[in-house]
Write a protein that binds this ligand. Sequence first.
Ligand SMILES: [Zn+2]
Length: 474
Amino acid sequence: MRPTAVLFALSAFALPAAAAATDIQKEYGEVSRKIIAAALEDQEGLARLQYLCDRIGHRLSGSPSLERAIQWSAEEMKKAGLVNVQTPPVKVPHWVRGRESVTLLAPIERSLPMLGLGMSVGTPGEGITAEVVAVSSFDELQALGKDKILGKIVLFDPEWKGYGQTVLYRANGASRAAELGAVGTLVRSMTGNSLATPHTGALNYTVDVPKIPAAAITVEDAAMIHRLTKSGVPVKVRLMMEAKHLPDADSHNVMGEIRGREEPEEVVVLGGHIDSWDLGQGANDDGSGIIATFQAVALLQKLGLKPRRTIRVVFWVNEENGGTGGRAYRALVGDAVKNHVAAIEMDGGAEKPLGFGYGTGGEQRRRGGAAGVPAKQTSPASFQRAVEIGKLLESIGAGKMMPGGGGADIAPLLAAGVPGFGVRTVGEHYFDWHHTNADTFDKIVPREFRENVASLAVLAYVLADMPERIGDIE
Ligand SMILES: [Zn+2]
């Protein structure tokens, strides 16, 4: 018997038959303070994020820069001492933007800042020239009907009601308008706070509806066009987009681990997505998510902390325009999904963290998600345990537990019953930069980034180390 095994056997005798719940503050208070102190002094994480942003740049699926980012990430994981570093293959859609423009032709002539929507089809070489019909809602579009929409370019200019609701116009507007005979669509950018910057993002075409090109224009220009059409002034634009779909490309997820000391087959997985739009630097979305989750694990490794179970960091590919990375990871782990103790995702930028959304499936209904799968409720005792873990983060104000949990990349895991955590931040500026050329490294506030690293490291460590599996606590 090894000395540690003796100790383990003795402590097992010392416990009553039905082991009392772990006292989180007592067991993990000291180690958490050590982790937080190390994270708040850490220089490496920011240096890595700066390298990713400035030396590799944005990372759209199918692009050479994404593949450079993947190779670099695997090397960094090895340098940090992680084991089982792998880059399992994933096929990804390969959409290319090409040149593009929107020109206002009447009542005055001027070029409008724009971004084609991801996955949109292109226009003929000469573009599409048509009169614009502006609407605030799908109801208004429907009320106008085929008579008023046929041959027109529809502008969707809905009121901003937060991303979750308003994004439906970006995602579904093109097909809704095409059903009524529109030849193209424009959409106000998905932000509540605009400085004349267009924001891209993916659209979803409905099967069996003609695919028409779609682009985002600025909130300001959308408002102007809407004012003009409301006052009866005809507006005409020319939309030109070279966007095209190439055959699916070969890409990869990236993963590395700290092996668990007692239950190495059981896993706490955390990560974000390595791809980005073909704009800016993908600094907050989601360079910050992959590097903060990675740095959390790298710090635990550096501190010599070896948890009971394995902690695995994964950089999922193709979140922005397909979600193939999250689904490929779920397929790769197969039956071992039952050994996933928790999944943690960071994909909302690195502003000041407040805590985590915590839930067990069901809440997440995005692509690859849990649609049709009955939600397994998080037990009150399990949620209470998460609250206890959150208290370890009170010194940095980052431990509030909220219902919810998860994100697009871990949705397939949550659908299989894995408890999910999603980072929640103050979210003051994320959508100012989201999917724009302004999503750049200068927007990262070092102290806030480090607080994210701290909170991820503490949560991942405690989930991987405490005797009970969080999802099993009744
Ligand atoms: Zn993202």
